[in-house]
Design a protein. Structure first.
Length: 279
C-alpha cells in the first residue's frame, strides 16, 4: 500500500514538474535571447547564452530608442486600468441587480450575458470595427466601451455566482438602518465581494494588457498599445526582424503583468471557489 502511494506521489510530482517546465520554458527562452546578439538568435534560438553571444543591455537600449516605449506603455496602462475599473464596478452592480430582482426580464438578461461568453471574437470583429468607426471609438477612451462589452459576460457570471451566497438579511438590515440602495451596495455588498472582485480584476488585467487583436482593429494610427508597438517597430521589410530588440521589449512588457499577478495570485483560487461553489 505504501509503495503504491509513493509511486502515485512520484508520478504526480513528475507530471507537475513537466507542466511547470512547459509553462516557464517560453519565458526563460525570451529572457535568455534578450541578452543575445540578433545573429546568434537567428542561428539558434534555443542555444544557451555564451560569452560570445552575450551583448548585455544593448538590445534593451536599442529597443527603447527605436520605439516610443513610454508612450505605448502609458496607453496600455491607461486602457487596462480604466477598462478593469469600468468592468468591476458596472458588472458587479449589474450582477447584484440580476440576483436581487427576480423576474423574466432579469432571467433573459442573465442568459444573454452567459451567451456573450461563448460568442467568438472573430464572429463580431468586422461588425464591431464598422460600428466603432461610425461612433469614433478608435481612441484610448472609446476602446474602453468595447472592452466593457467583451468583458461583461464572464464578469457578470462570476459576480452572480458569488452574490447568490450573500444572505439578503444583511441588506435588509442596512435598509432598516436608513441606507439607500446605492449605500447598501457600496457599504455592505461591495466590501463582501472583495475576493471575487480581485479575481475578476486579475483575469481582466491579464487579458487586456496582453490583447493585440482588438486594439489593432479599433485604434487609430496615432495610438498604439505595447503589443502593437513592438510588432510594428521590430518587423521590417522583406520579413526582416530585429530579434534582439524584439525579445528585450517582450521582457519589458511581460514584467509588469508578472509582478501584478504574483502580488494578487493568492486571491484567485479564493475568489473562483467563492463564486463557483457557493453560487
Amino acid at each position: 500500500m505504501k509503495v503504491k502511494r509513493s509511486a502515485s506521489k512520484t508520478l504526480t510530482y513528475t507530471v507537475l514538474i513537466i507542466m511547470v517546465l512547459v509553462c516557464v520554458a517560453p519565458l526563460l527562452i525570451i529572457l535568455m535571447n534578450s541578452f543575445k546578439g540578433k545573429l546568434f538568435i537567428s542561428d539558434d534560438l534555443f542555444a544557451f547564452l555564451t560569452p560570445q553571444s552575450f551583448v548585455g543591455g544593448a538590445n534593451y537600449v536599442s529597443g527603447v530608442t527605436k520605439m516610443n516605449f513610454v508612450g505605448a506603455f502609458g496607453t496600455s496602462l491607461f486602457v487596462t486600468v480604466a477598462s478593469v475599473i469600468l468592468i468591476v464596478f458596472l458588472c458587479s452592480m449589474t450582477a447584484w441587480y440580476l440576483v436581487r430582482v427576480k423576474n423574466k426580464f432579469t432571467s433573459v438578461l442573465f442568459y444573454l450575458f452567459v451567451f456573450a461568453m461563448i460568442v467568438p471574437f472573430q464572429m463580431v470583429m468586422f461588425t464591431m470595427s464598422w460600428v466603432s468607426n461610425r461612433l469614433s471609438l478608435g481612441n484610448p477612451v472609446g476602446i474602453l466601451v468595447l472592452y466593457l462589452g467583451f468583458g461583461a459576460g464572464l464578469s457578470v457570471f462570476i459576480f452572480t455566482g458569488f452574490l447568490k451566497s450573500i444572505p439578503i438579511d444583511i441588506e435588509e438590515a442596512a435598509i432598516i438602518d436608513g441606507c439607500t440602495p446605492m449605500q447598501v451596495f457600496f457599504k455592505v455588498v461591495f466590501p463582501i465581494m472583495r475576493p471575487t472582485i480581485i479575481t475578476v480584476a486579475i483575469l481582466d488585467v491579464m487579458w487586456i494588457w496582453n490583447d493585440y487583436l482588438l486594439p489593432l482593429i479599433v485604434l487609430d494610427t496615432g495610438y498604439t498599445t505595447l503589443p502593437i508597438a513592438i510588432q510594428k517597430i521590430f518587423t521590417g521589410g522583406y520579413g526582416a526582424v530585429d530579434m534582439g530588440g524584439l525579445m528585450a521589449m517582450l521582457v519589458l512588457s511581460i514584467i509588469p503583468i508578472i509582478i501584478f499577478y504574483l502580488a494578487a495570485q493568492k486571491h484567485i483560487i479564493e475568489g473562483v471557489v467563492a463564486g463557483a461553489v457557493k453560487g
